[in-house]
Design a protein around this ligand. Structure first.
Ligand code: NHF
Length: 450
């Protein structure tokens, strides 16, 4: 099949999990023998060789567009630069600039497609997240190609219809303000999201496209998230843990790690801080260690540091950027990884942890719920523990339960986790299912069959 992928992030350009997902999907589809082309903004990176240029009129001026091309793992990546497409802040520097960038990307995508169509006519266009709504609408309008829209995370923005008129898509904007995710879903022939639970949690949105909605789970790259590649792979796990804790100036103890963005709406670091506070009055706390890794909301960073100051023997807050390799060493050394998200379309952390033998304690939402098998629901096949989101007391209790598990149970959880990560959630599986979506040969989310 000939597949065109459009998205705002493609590795090495990475802001969040989106980059990892789009790149893995593109390379996975290529490995399955498809021809895969990607259109993405250049974001001032200048990656690849210049292969063309043309002008686009937008916002009352003529903007020179530069097309760069590179081939990575068999995938042809075109990056479009010029005007705001060369702005290095992927989603910035402000909302107005981002909207203009999305319109310009749409118009420039049509210019590039016009150049390529003689040699490369896609069978399907796969659009990722709302930023490509104009590109999707315009490619559909001018080339009539079957298209798929994937929601990685609902953003629920409102955009003035002016931007649709500026994009030459006035016909899609009957109201003064529109939700671009809604428009993208309306334009697409199929709509997908990255886990089954997220789809149903957000049915209020997805029901608008009832009949063409399904889920495709993301995957995990266990060839990288692999214990065999660890520097300390020959040491027993307890020894690795001792060394990691020593590095952060802590004595040995049962270790819980959080890694993620410090924000209030999604990642739930606030719930974790509260849970640690609750635990601090329990005698078991003395033997517990918490590594809290991430950055973001300055208020939350301050709260986390205050907790570290109060409990210097137990808590370490790490706000520096760690390499993927270092994070791998940590996953392979700590006992538990906590994922207290308030919502999570898929979430990669729980699977990265599972691949490296760290046991996940996660909120029972979205992709976390679909990937972790809860010890209290299915002890034989369990891979971790699930707790209700936003419930600090339940999380504190789960941490006490986890710290008290016997060696045999811990080993079973680890073994099941590794197997589930490596066999159930592969990118190859995800890509095979996307191919079915492209062909319309996939099961749908049906509200009366839930
Ligand atoms: O894993 C890639 C990622 C998801 O849960 C994640 C999210 C954004 O919030 O699909 O997209």
């Amino acid at each position: 099949m000939k597949i065109l992928i459009i998205g705002f992030e493609y590795l090495p350009v990475k802001v969040g999990g989106l980059a990892e997902a789009i790149t893995s999907i593109a390379t996975g589809l290529r490995k399955l023998g498809n021809e895969v082309v990607v259109f993405t903004p250049d974001h001032g990176r200048g990656l690849g060789e210049v292969v063309g240029s043309f002008n686009v009129s937008a916002f009352g001026e003529s903007i020179g567009i530069t097309v760069r091309k590179r081939v990575e793992q068999g995938v042809t990546v075109y990056s479009l630069g010029g005007g705001l497409l060369s702005e290095p802040d992927v989603y910035g520097p402000n909302w107005e600039a981002l909207l203009r960038k999305t319109v310009l990307f749409g118009k420039a995508s049509v210019g590039l497609m016009n150049e390529l169509i003689g040699e490369f006519k896609p069978d399907v266009i796969h659009a990722h997240d709302w930023h490509v709504v104009f590109a999707l609408g315009l490619l559909k309008k001018y080339f009539g190609i079957r298209s798929i829209f994937t929601v990685h995370r609902l953003n629920r923005a409102r955009i003035s219809s002016e931007y649709f008129r500026e994009a030459n898509l006035g016909e899609l904007a009957p109201y003064p303000e529109l939700d671009p995710e809604h428009t993208a879903g309306y334009v697409a022939d199929a709509v997908t999201t990255v886990s089954r639970s997220y789809l149903w949690e957000e049915w209020e949105f997805f029901k608008n496209f009832d009949g063409k909605v399904t889920h495709v789970f993301n995957g995990i790259d266990c060839s990288f998230w692999n214990e065999e590649l660890m520097e300390t792979k020959d040491l027993p796990r307890e020894e690795r843990r001792r060394l990691v804790l020593e590095r952060f100036g802590l004595r040995d103890g049962t270790t819980f790690m959080f890694i993620g963005r410090f924000d209030r709406s999604q990642k739930g670091v606030d719930t974790l801080l509260h849970a640690i506070e609750i635990l601090s009055s329990d005698p078991i706390f003395e033997g517990m260690r918490f590594l809290i890794i991430g950055k973001g909301d300055p208020e939350l960073e301050k709260l986390a540091r205050a907790l570290q100051n109060r409990f210097p023997e137990n808590v370490r807050v790490i706000t520096e950027l760690l390499s993927r390799e270092t994070v791998r060493e940590l996953y392979g050394s700590v006992d538990f990884v906590v994922i207290p998200s308030h919502f999570e379309p898929f979430g990669l952390v729980q699977l990265e942890a599972m691949c490296l033998g760290a046991i996940p304690l996660g909120s029972s939402v979205g992709g976390i719920k679909d990937t972790i098998v809860d010890l209290n629901l299915d002890p034989e096949n369990a891979t971790g523990l699930l707790v209700p989101p936003g419930d600090a007391l339940a999380l504190a209790r789960a941490m006490v339960e986890a710290a008290g598990l016997d060696g045999e149970t811990l080993e079973r959880l680890r073994k099941n986790g590794r197997k589930r990560g490596r066999e159930e959630f592969t990118w190859e599986k995800a890509c095979r299912r996307y191919l079915k979506v492209y062909e319309g040969a996939v099961d749908r989310a049906v509200p009366f069959l839930r």
